[in-house]
Design a protein around this ligand. Structure first.
Ligand code: AMP
Ligand code: GLY
Length: 415
């Protein structure tokens, strides 16, 4: 079987690795990939430059399965075009990818299908937004592309006014509506399920650590680490999440006639009143994938291949009871800026842990150097949280580059 993964980050490095480790031994390609990914996966032709040329390449190469890693490809219609060309694709069609692309669309879907979520109002102007805020703290979300900067949790009226002015008056992110959301409180958990035509399989729950600093302090990032385990949340809570959020979401997709074959990511907050859904993503999480995928046993490649054809075969994969911990090393200046060109040392000394590259490149000397905000992740498993943490910490300590930033409490701050 020939599989092509679309994307280039740490999540795609983890996806490519999990596919290559599948007993069915598929041939794995990646586009655009990265220097690190393309050491283990085959590259697409140099002529591939967009979704259309990627689909032509896949047809010519006889690709059996296309896996959408990065949402941008799905939002551009990768699944629609690849499927039209006869290639089974894991990742939803463009219309269904709106669950991630539009926050208002997602909220309307949640309300329509009675999925627990915080209250909200969708507004267009500064005055409408001000009128919709009933208390502080409040959560303001720009409903459009904002490079991860479109969400503000505002503790005071002054903070909210400053954000609203930037977004709705100065139009920092361009045209678009804004959601005023009820501010929920509680620990967050990411529950990712494989979904295919009304069937679903819940993967090991995970938690990502979004803030740059220890104790969840400082600005938000793309994720400084993750922890995953079947017992991260207790069995009763996991069942409640499945019953009130996952199943109604999957049934909602069917009821609304939304074609969905791919990963459905539910970002949840465990409030006093029970689990509430913050957001959907139509792909695996990053860095959740780096923590969760090493826990998958069985034939992941065959599982996705059948799933992309509309059959979720429960017996193809299973999840152990182990813990997995992912520690991210970020570059100097991140998240405000990022520095490239710092040589990474110690990679070859890592043993008993996986290293997934997110922002690295090979320099002229053939050494890996930094090339982005989040540079790489060191991931280890263990029978207990302590064991996984101890291995991950020990192995991550061997890897370094000038200005590297890492959190020291990933997997410790527990709930
Ligand atoms: P989002 O981009 O929607 O995932 O939001 C980014 C982060 O903002 C989430 O991971 C939460 O930490 C926080 N957040 C989003 N929505 C809410 C909410 N309604 N209440 C409290 N925090 C929220
Ligand atoms: N870890 C959050 C995300 O992938 O969106």
């Amino acid at each position: 079987m020939k599989i092509l993964v679309a994307g280039k980050g740490g999540r795609e490095h983890a996806l490519v690795t999990a596919l290559l480790e599948s007993p069915s031994k598929p041939d794995v390609y990646c586009y655009p990939g990265s220097d690190a990914i393309l050491r283990i996966a085959k590259a697409a032709d140099a002529s591939v430059k967009d979704v259309d040329s990627l689909v032509s390449f896949m047809v010519g190469e006889g690709i059996d399965l296309c896996v959408g890693g990065e949402e941008s490809f799905l939002a551009q219609g990768l699944a629609d075009k690849a499927r039209a060309a006869g290639i089974p694709t894991w990742g939803p069609v463009k219309d269904s990818a709106r669950l991630e692309a539009s926050k208002e669309f997602a909220k309307e879907f949640m309300v329509r299908h009675e999925i627990p979520t915080g209250g909200y109002a969708a507004v267009e102007t500064y005055d409408e937004a001000k009128a919709a805020i009933t208390s502080y703290p409040t959560v303001l979300k720009f409903d459009g592309l904002a490079a991860g900067k479109g969400v503000a949790v505002c503790a005071t009226e002054a903070e909210a006014e400053a954000f609203l002015r930037e977004v709705l008056v100065e139009r920092k992110f361009g045209e678009g509506r804004l959601l005023v959301e009820e501010c929920l409180e509680g620990p967050e958990v990411s529950v990712i399920s494989a979904v295919s035509d009304g069937q679903y399989r819940v993967f090991t729950p995970a938690r990502d650590y979004k803030r740059i600093g220890d104790n969840d302090e400082g600005p938000n990032t793309g994720g400084m680490g993750a922890v995953a385990s079947r017992v991260l949340v207790d069995a009763e809570m996991l069942q409640r999440i499945e019953d009130t959020v996952v199943r109604p979401s999957v049934e909602g997709l069917v009821r609304d006639g939304m074609d969905f074959r791919g990963f459905l990511y539910c970002g949840l907050m465990l409030t006093q009143e029970g689990p509430k859904l913050l957001e959907y993503n139509c792909r695996f999480g990053d860095p959740e994938a780096q923590a969760v995928l090493p826990l998958v046993q069985g034939d992941f490649a065959e599982f996705l291949f059948h799933g992309a054809k509309g059959i979720l075969s429960d017996d193809l994969i299973s999840f152990g009871e182990r813990w997995s911990i992912c520690l991210v090393l970020a570059s100097a200046g991140y998240p405000a800026s990022s520095r490239a060109g710092d040589v990474i040392t110690g990679l070859e000394t890592v043993e008993g842990a996986r290293v997934y590259h997110a922002g690295t490149r090979l320099n002229a000397e053939g050494e890996f150097e930094t090339n982005g905000g989040r540079v790489l992740a060191v991931v280890a498993q263990g029978e207990t949280r302590e064991e996984a943490l101890s291995t991950a910490t020990h192995e991550a300590a061997k890897v370094d580059f000038p200005g590297s930033q890492r959190r020291s409490d990933i997997g410790r701050l527990h709930f």
